[in-house]
Design a protein around this ligand. Structure first.
Ligand code: NAD
Ligand code: WQD
Length: 336
């Protein structure tokens, strides 16, 4: 199929491009490079051995989107383009509503105008909010605790209303849990700008000597070792989840929200231990206060993805850490 990836040079989009291209799909990418680098395109072409059409542009540019959809006879769009910092979303909410919500509306308008009615949307487990029960299933009440999460929920709701208004749409909102890891080549991975907010990229920068130590945000939670527990998922598994969702859109109409997680939570200390094994070095750490807005533990009920998409995460925590380390190690030696 001819697939447009918005935000396709970012962390999850680039890995998905590799999986889709390897399955024989024609992948086109639009990205405004606000959180990625054009060099990633060259690395994608190295990995896939294919030339991938790329447009440097913004999803809020309706004319550009219409032209891309038309020129490449796009059949499905996977909409990764978005801003994702929880802290920044609180400090600058309009930037987030404009980019994430208005950006999605413009994309949908362009798709509607060009008659492209298959869409896979990057949503997040953050739409659930404080767990009423665990694991979160897709029926869990939706009450995001931050602006970023509300932008994801608003787009999900817009898409649900759209599908009710026109049964020709096939829309899948994938609620990702905590993606980490990298492609086995070490050529693509997560490349945060500035000081990372998330655990894995922070660990990577400590191990590469850019940051002195890891701050462990709380060791007194009611969890197995006192640190926060999350459902980490290998980004290549996540990428394969998109290929499965793409196949699903071919025989599905309407709107579905589907968790993409493994169903197994790991603590901050579990992740540190696994990474230390990968990097064969110890990670200096300092226990700090809990981070405001953090939940003690959450993880996915992953049955819906298995039943509807015939997909489940299959790579373990060690493989996630090995691949993140491999990427970080290559990045340190050969700047990309
Ligand atoms: P990323 O920042 O690495 O990738 C997003 C890409 O979109 C970047 O390349 C950026 O330059 C591009 N972009 C942003 N706004 C754009 C715009 N207006 N027009 C064109 N391009 C634009 O992030 P990621 O981790 O790959 O996440 C992809 C999607 O998945 C995002 O929507 C994010 O909110 C969502 N998500 C991510 C996580 C996570 O932990 N990484 C978890 C849940 C959901
Ligand atoms: C994981 C654990 C921290 C950093 C965020 C977003 C969520 C989703 C994924 C997009 C927690 C602890 C972290 C550090 C630490 N993104 N930690 N030291 O908070 O689960 O989810 O990313 O949709 O919306 O909120 O991920 O990696 O930041 O934290 O101790 O330097 O690591 O307290 O327990 P989180 P994270």
């Amino acid at each position: 199929m001819n697939i447009l990836l918005t935000g396709g040079l970012g962390f999850i989009g680039s890995h998905t491009a590799v999986v889709l291209a390897s399955e024989g799909h024609s992948v086109v990418i639009v990205d405004n490079l606000c959180n990625s680098q054009q060099q990633t395109l060259g690395n994608l072409e190295l990995i896939t051995g294919k030339k991938l059409p790329f447009y440097e542009g913004d999803v809020r540019d309706v004319d550009l989107l219409k032209k891309i959809l038309r020129d490449h006879q796009i059949e499905c769009v996977i909409h990764f383009a978005g801003l994702k910092s929880v802290a920044e979303s609180g400090a600058d909410p309009l930037k987030y509503f404009d980019n994430n919500v208005s950006g999605s509306i413009v994309l949908i308008e362009a798709m509607q105008a060009e008659g492209v009615k298959k869409l896979i949307f990057s949503s997040s487990a953050t739409v659930y909010g404080v767990p009423q029960y665990l694991p979160y299933d897709e029926e869990h009440p939706l009450a995001p605790m931050n602006v970023y999460g509300r932008t994801k929920l608003q787009v999900e709701e817009i898409l649900q209303d759209l599908s009710k208004s026109d049964p020709d749409w096939s829309i899948v909102c994938l609620r990702y849990f905590n993606p980490i890891g990298a492609h086995e080549s070490g050529l693509i991975g997560e490349l945060p700008q500035g000081i990372p907010n998330n655990l894995m990229p922070y660990i990577c920068q400590v191990v590469s000597g850019k940051l002195p130590h890891l701050n462990v945000f709380g060791d007194d939670y009611d969890t197995k070792d006192g640190t926060g527990e999350r459902d980490y998922i290998h980004v290549m598994d996540l990428a394969e989840g998109h290929a499965a969702a793409l196949a699903f859109t071919n025989h599905h109409q309407g709107w579905e929200a589907i968790n993409l997680g493994t169903g197994f939570p790991y603590s901050v200390y579990d992740l540190i231990s696994a990474f230390e094994k990968s990097a064969k070095q110890s990670i200096p750490k300092v226990v700090k206060e809990r981070r405001s807005g953090d939940l003690p533990i959450y993880y996915a009920k992953a049955d819906k993805a298995k039943n509807l998409l015939n997909w489940q995460g299959k790579r373990d925590l060690q493989s996630m850490c090995d691949s993140s380390w491999n990427y970080q190690d290559q990045l340190t030696r050969v700047p990309k």
